[in-house]
Design a protein around this ligand. Structure first.
Ligand code: FES
Ligand SMILES: [Fe+2]
Length: 426
């Protein structure tokens, strides 16, 4: 008889057992208890601008279709034909009036309703089409972020996001007054567990070490901006496993500090924009192009990370897909969006100065953590030095591992229904 791992023995407030990155039974439990019982980010509103638009993506390991129907309503449905289970759509995105299964031709509407069955007389007395729509998941949206859940009894998205909502609103200011839109992505896999990546988005400690080559590749003014580990940034637990890591406090609210000097690397862009926009809007666009100064980690699969969406998808216990989705101004000047893409490539691109170094570190965490038995992964940086805000949020200096501890608390809640620390108020 198989004995399931006991998550309570694997995660403590200050550490976790190395096997959390490599135990296949634990991974199966995570896919069920975390990815099928939480709100999982699936798309940004701009991915589906018009009726008939759709994208295909995954929730955990389940393929899904996200579509906008004729009435403009968004649906998230399992990409699984109700006849014998084939995927009904393999395109990454597109526009369609229906989804037709390639195997025997069952046709589904944008809302998942089964509309047509070829040679239907063979089903006489056997098939009521209204009983076989594509399986719909629960869908809710906040400020352009579309989430879905297998769990129809889950709390509202509003409640789940809770104290992260003001941060999402701040992140969306990168539209400089226009809505934001997604502008393409870099996608790659790394041979490691998904939680290694989850931790990384709230890990400021590594920045000056792993990203030395990035810091060496930029001008001294930019180097100073990114010299934040001993600065006045902070990391804050926002509840439900979510956290925010503020690296550059000056760039938290992009509508503020508009009178600050324009950084040298944006001066040329500002000069060009000044031909078409008043000074204040030029400054707003320049700040938006430069990106926000924080990483907002939304448990378990999305980070609104400075100036892009980082989306993780567990493929197997030791294999994870990452997408770095660039964002830009929807309706704003193309010049600004082009510069944003160049900055994205500079750090996140396959030949960039940032992400390739990150993924080498993640790869090595996976390989090294397989050495030995019963050896802890430490999560204790800054523990005991956290302060509490009036709303209950724990916060600490930017390089503390407060965000990781927040994520693992939610991990344990999901995996067991118990908390690590009763007094954390969750
Ligand atoms: S599997 Fe889809 S129509 Fe047969
Ligand atoms: Fe990094």
């Amino acid at each position: 008889m198989d004995i399931l791992p006991d998550p309570t023995t694997l995660v403590n407030e200050d550490s976790a057992d190395g096997s959390i990155y490599s135990n296949p039974d634990l991974f199966d439990m995570e896919m069920d208890r975390i990815f099928m019982h939480n709100w999982i980010w699936v798309a940004h509103r701009s991915d589906l601008p018009e009726s008939g638009n759709y994208i295909t993506t995954f929730i955990g390991q389940h393929p899904v279709i996200v579509s906008r129907d004729r009435k403009g309503e968004v649906h998230v449905m399992l990409n699984r034909c109700r006849h014998r289970g084939a995927t009904v759509c393999e395109h990454k995105k597109g526009k369609a009036a229906s989804f037709v299964c390639p195997y025997h031709g069952w046709a589904y509407g944008l809302d998942g309703a089964l509309r047509g069955v070829p040679f239907q007389e063979g089903y006489t007395g056997q098939l009521d089409k209204s009983n076989y729509p594509l399986i719909s998941l629960r869908v809710e949206e906040y400020n352009g972020l579309i989430f879905a859940s297998f769990d129809h009894d889950i709390m509202s998205l509003d409640a789940w996001l809770g104290r992260t909502k003001p941060w999402i609103d701040l992140f969306m200011k990168q539209g400089a007054g226009w809505p934001i839109k997604t502008m393409g992505e870099h996608k790659f896999t790394f041979p490691g567990n998904w939680k290694i990546q989850l931790e990384n988005t709230t890990d400021a400690y590594h920045f000056p070490i792993v990203h030395k080559s990035f810091l060496d590749s930029v001008d001294s003014e930019t180097q100073n901006t990114f010299d934040f580990v001993e600065g006045n940034g902070y990391v804050e637990d926002l509840g439900h496993g979510h956290s925010v890591m503020v690296m550059i406090p000056d760039l938290v609210d992009l509508d503020e500090n508009l009178e600050a000097p324009i950084p040298e690397r944006f001066q040329e862009l500002a000069d060009e924009l000044a031909k078409d926009y008043p000074d204040e809007q030029v400054r707003r666009i320049v700040r938006a192009v430069g990106g926000s100064g924080f990483n907002l980690n939304l448990f378990p699969n999305l980070a609104c990370s400075m100036a892009f969406f980082r989306v993780l998808r567990p493929l197997a216990v030791m294999e994870t897909e990452i997408r770095h989705i660039a964002i830009g101004m929807d309706g704003g000047p193309e010049l600004g969006n082009e510069m944003r893409l160049r900055l994205h490539e500079h750090f996140q691109g396959p030949m960039g100065f940032g992400t390739p170094d990150d993924s080498e570190a993640w790869d090595r965490v996976q390989r090294g953590s397989l050495a030995g038995r019963d050896i802890s992964i430490l999560l204790n940086r800054g523990l005991g030095h956290e302060a509490q805000r009036e709303d209950g949020n724990l916060f600490s200096d930017v390089s503390a591992e407060t965000g990781m501890r927040a994520a693992y608390r939610q991990w344990l809640v999901d995996m067991t229904g118990k908390t690590v620390r009763a007094e954390n108020g969750e």
